[in-house]
Design a protein around this ligand. Structure first.
Ligand code: ZN
Length: 123
């Protein structure tokens, strides 16, 4: 029983859809970049079968920092982070749930991922 979620950046240049089980939980991460973005993200990664970038490929830019494990995508125009994937697993995306209009990120229970130290969920 999957649902097609639609997401977009703030200016609308980047539009994407992904198929998912109903999203009832989310995650945050305390690593050096996530604490600055403060994004509420999907707990799941979505594969190429489930995820589709519908527009905005040319509007995407990518930021990487050592050890260069993650592609942190952002919109060149509005600066919003819509999703990221792994350098070694390209095309498998974790999504910024704040980009999905129908999801109220303030009402979801949120797990905190300790990306800073242990790479485990804290709570
Ligand atoms: Zn944008």
């Amino acid at each position: 029983m999957t649902h097609t979620y639609q997401g977009k950046c703030h200016c609308g240049a980047i539009q994407f859809t992904f198929e998912s089980e109903p999203i009832t939980i989310a995650m945050r991460c305390n690593c050096s970049i996530c604490r600055r973005k403060n994004a509420i993200m999907s707990r799941q990664y979505y594969t190429a079968e489930a995820f589709e970038l519908r527009s905005g490929k040319d509007s995407l830019s990518v930021y990487r920092f050592a050890p260069e494990m993650v592609n942190h995508y952002f919109c060149k125009r509005c600066g919003i982070y819509p999703f990221h994937d792994g350098v070694e697993n390209p095309g498998i995306y974790r999504v910024n749930l704040g980009c999905v209009d129908e999801i109220d990120t303030w009402s979801l229970p949120i797990k905190v991922f300790d990306g800073k130290d242990t790479w485990k969920y804290l709570k």
